[in-house]
Ligand binder design. Structure first.
Ligand SMILES: Cc1cc2nc3c(=O)[nH]c(=O)nc-3n(C[C@H](O)[C@H](O)[C@H](O)COP(=O)(O)OP(=O)(O)OC[C@H]3O[C@@H](n4cnc5c(N)ncnc54)[C@H](O)[C@@H]3O)c2cc1C
Length: 481
């Protein structure tokens, strides 16, 4: 069954009303991309088909009506909340897609301090929820750099992680229950309980689905008591990353849980901590919680680090100052555009994870290969920012000047070849190609290698929940699959 662009818009207007169906050409064009293509977008180059409409939804019932219509008519849909995606998850790669925007579903439904959980609609910005909680002495513990803009629906859909993850975990550790709408319009509610053993945990069908299986309409997350007055800040400079990984491992395997545990290499360290890094790697910890716990954690970390002669302590105030400016400031968006347009210098990143025994090898191999194979780099660095009992992540950061090519060639000349090196070397070593930004549309070529023999389960999930392949096509699973 094929349906025209005009018929799609008419039908949507009938379902939710004219004022909720946006067909303005500029809005549609901006809605065809996310930050992955920002260099092209800044230059006014839009190569993907504009969606037929952006539909603003206000309830699960509206989402269900739109999805049911789309599914019945084989119309593709891309869900959206904060629009901070970095891996092409929001790209509309097929003609006449509908973008369903949940950011108007922005009610904080309930803050339950007895059961330590908060329920919000998908469009609540994390900053809004956390500010409200902090006024009452609580926090979500979730602090991705995109906190001011990212919203709970997208944060759950991408399996996001925040800067205090070593204590509070990733979003998968925080989600208690949720509500989501599947392509046939069926509304699923997963109740809020402390734990369950009634078969597989189907929260994980929804968490990380990147819009490829369902639309998340409501989320319940844990909340924690907030004791900022007890925060302890520790910082060190050191000669090499290998020592830093060893220290992170010592801290984690001995059971300490600082909220922040970060290790920067020389170039990334110089970029973030120019006032004290002095050509060295930088190691940072923040211990938080009730005072005895924060003090014990900080004391134990100091003891561990003292065993490594190359570590020089840094004044705690310098780390505290850094901590006060953790997050992305949306006010800088215009500035970022001007700077990139003027300098043709742009920053991109790729994040992966690996166990302790392979992480330094991945770091060294990727750094060497990117340096050898990619032209026009102006900064190549990396840091570990999320540690676990059995390993850690690496966040590769690269700036390059876009030289001798059209805006639309930036990706194929620089960002994608760098990503390819990092992803391939990580998978080869036995790590995960994707630590927290999602697969989006640009890590799909390696999805089968990432999953190995478990790819069967992923493929079966997609076929079962999205039999007509209408949900965010080309995301997580490549289009041709
Ligand atoms: C400067 C910057 C810093 C960042 N820092 C971090 C960080 O520290 N940690 C981190 O994890 N990420 C980070 N990110 C990435 C991004 O912010 C996260 O992926 C975030 O979770 C996306 O949330 P969003 O509301 O903006 O979602 P969107 O960008 O709107 O969407 C992201 C993906 O989720 C899908 N989606 C959105 N809403 C729904 C829904 N309701 N139901 C189903 N699917 C949906 C979309 O289709 C898309 O595939 C950063 C991004 C930027 C630009």
């Amino acid at each position: 069954m094929s349906i025209t662009r005009e018929e799609i818009v008419d039908k949507l207007v009938g379902l939710v009303g004219e004022d909720q169906v946006i067909t303005d050409a500029d809005v549609l064009q901006e809605s065809s991309v996310d930050r992955f293509r920002r260099f092209e977008a800044f230059h006014g180059v839009f190569r993907l088909p504009s969606p037929a409409a952006v539909v603003n939804v206000y309830s699960a019932a509206e989402v269900a009506a739109v999805l049911k219509f789309a599914n019945a008519n084989r119309v593709h849909v891309v869900p959206r909340t904060g629009h901070t995606a970095t891996e092409g998850g929001l790209e509309t790669i097929l003609e006449n897609t509908i973008v369903i925007d949940g950011s108007a579903m922005n009610k904080i439904v309930n803050i339950d301090t007895e059961n330590m959980q908060a329920t919000v609609q998908c469009g609540v910005p994390l900053q809004v929820l956390d500010d409200q909680l902090r006024e009452q002495g609580y926090t979500t513990g979730h602090s991705p750099q995109s906190k001011p803009i990212a919203q709970l629906g997208g944060l759950v859909a991408t399996r996001s992680i925040g800067q205090f993850s070593t204590l509070y975990g990733g979003i998968e550790d925080m989600v208690v229950g949720l509500e989501a709408v599947f392509p046939d319009g069926g509304i699923t509610r997963i109740k809020n309980v402390p734990r369950r053993a009634a078969g597989p945990d189907i929260r994980h069908v929804v968490i990380g689905n990147e819009g490829a299986l369902c639309f998340i309409t409501e989320v319940t997350v844990k909340i924690f008591k907030y004791f900022p007055e007890n925060n302890r800040f520790l910082g060190y400079t050191l000669d090499n990353m290998k020592t830093g990984f060893e220290i992170l491992r010592e801290v984690m395997v001995n059971g300490y849980r600082p909220s922040v545990a970060r290790l920067y290499d020389v170039e990334d360290g110089a970029y973030h901590f120019s006032h004290f890094a002095d050509g060295k790697c930088v190691l940072i910890f923040v211990a938080e919680g009730v005072k005895p716990l924060a003090d014990a954690t900080a004391g134990a970390i100091q003891e561990i680090v003292a065993q490594y002669g190359e570590c020089e302590p840094v004044e705690a105030k310098l780390i505290e100052r850094w901590f006060a400016h953790l997050n992305w400031d949306p006010a800088n968006l215009a500035e970022e555009k001007t700077e990139i347009m003027e300098t043709k210098n742009i920053c991109n990143t790729t994040e992966i994870s690996g166990s302790w025994s392979i992480i330094n090898g991945i770091y060294e191999t990727c750094m060497q290969r990117v340096r050898d194979e990619i032209p026009d780099l102006t900064l190549l660095g990396g840091h570990s920012s999320h540690s676990y009992l059995n390993g850690t992540n690496l966040y590769f950061v690269y700036f390059y000047n876009v030289v001798d090519c059209k805006p639309e060639e930036e990706l194929t000349k620089y960002h994608l070849p760098i990503k390819k090196i990092i992803v391939e070397e990580t998978i080869k070593a036995g790590g995960s190609m994707c630590h927290h930004h999602g697969v989006g549309k640009h890590r799909t070529p390696w999805i089968e290698d990432e999953y190995g023999s478990s790819y069967y389960s992923l493929d079966t999930l997609k076929k079962a929940f999205d039999p007509n392949s209408v949900r965010n096509p080309g995301t997580i699973i490549p289009l041709e699959k």
